[in-house]
Design a protein around this ligand. Structure first.
Ligand SMILES: C[S@@+](CC[C@H](N)C(=O)[O-])C[C@H]1O[C@@H](n2cnc3c(N)ncnc32)[C@H](O)[C@@H]1O
Length: 278
């Protein structure tokens, strides 16, 4: 396809891109990937419909959309009138959308109820979101009182991220975890942390002080804050570690605009998301 023709097809992705996100959110909430996973083999539309409590007609349309996008696989052929012989199976992508995998992580991106993350042309023209200051004066994401259900989802989201990223760090940089001793977070977070041998949970406010240690690792912390708040956090980390040998290890998405790999799009999206959430 020539470039012009490809562009005419691609522009629809931007017009209707929000549909993908909404439909994916919906199937995670329905627990469709979890139902298929625990069933262990393909399921018919009617089996799926009764398992998730959603009418077959709606489910059929949702699954038609998702199978086209590589989320779930359709086995057998169908017309809208003859769908009973069709069954649906997991794909590597739908498997990632279960509740104990990346499901909560994806769900959270819809934001807290009643709050739309976003940056407008008006904000941009006013110089907001420049990276030097947040688009609004406070970081709204750390207000768990927004909604109890959202707070619960947030905890599941963090658990997903910790499972996924920590595994990668342990694989690639095992030395970063040698002698790890303190888990530092807000008091309300550490008060619910499970006891783990060799780990001391310390509650506090990183803008006031960070516990003394040989090294501090900030994983996915800085991207939530404006540049000036990041400087405040980093100063507290510097005070916490020995002046001559201390280390502050930062785990964040590093964007390589020129080179890049299959995750460059995801890193750029994280950058946009961090920007828009403020
Ligand atoms: C995006 S999460 C990252 C959590 C974890 N490091 C990870 O990578 O999954 C940011 C963390 O910062 C914590 N946090 C927010 N404000 C804080 C503060 N003022 N002092 C200490 N921790 C804070 C939150 O409770 C949350 O656990």
């Amino acid at each position: 396809m020539d470039e012009e023709a490809q562009a005419r097809a691609d522009v629809w992705k931007y017009a209707y891109g929000f549909c993908t996100m909404r439909v994916v959110k919906c199937v995670i909430e329905l627990g469709l990937p979890d139902v298929l996973e625990s069933h262990g083999s393909p399921m018919t539309l009617s089996q799926l419909s009764s398992a998730v409590g959603c009418p077959e007609t709606s489910l059929y349309r949702i699954l038609r959309f998702l199978t086209h996008n590589g989320i779930f696989k359709k086995l057998g052929s169908s017309t809208q009138d003859h769908v009973s012989s069709v069954s649906y199976a997991q794909t590597p992508l739908s498997r990632l959308l279960t509740r104990d995998n990346m499901g909560p992580f994806v769900l959270l991106q819809a934001g807290p109820p009643g709050q739309q993350f976003g940056l407008s042309a008006k904000d941009l023209k006013a110089g907001k979101g420049s990276g030097l200051e947040a688009a609004c004066s406070e970081n709204i994401i750390w207000k768990p009182e927004v909604d109890e259900a959202y707070d619960k989802l947030f905890q599941e989201f963090l658990a997903c991220h910790a499972r996924d990223s920590t595994r990668a760090i342990i694989d690639y940089c095992p030395e970063a975890f040698q002698g790890i001793g303190i888990n530092f977070d807000r008091p309300d977070v550490v008060s619910e942390a499970p006891l783990i041998d060799g780990i001391e949970h310390v509650g506090g406010d990183m803008f006031e002080s960070v516990p003394k240690a040989d090294a501090v690792m900030l994983m996915w912390i800085l991207h939530d804050w404006s540049d000036s708040r990041c400087i405040d956090i980093l100063k507290k980390c510097k005070e916490a570690v020995p002046a001559d040998t201390g280390k502050v290890i930062i785990v964040e998405a590093v964007i390589d605009e020129e080179g890049g790999d299959e995750y460059t799009g995801a890193r750029l999206a994280i950058d946009m998301r961090s920007w828009l959430q403020r």
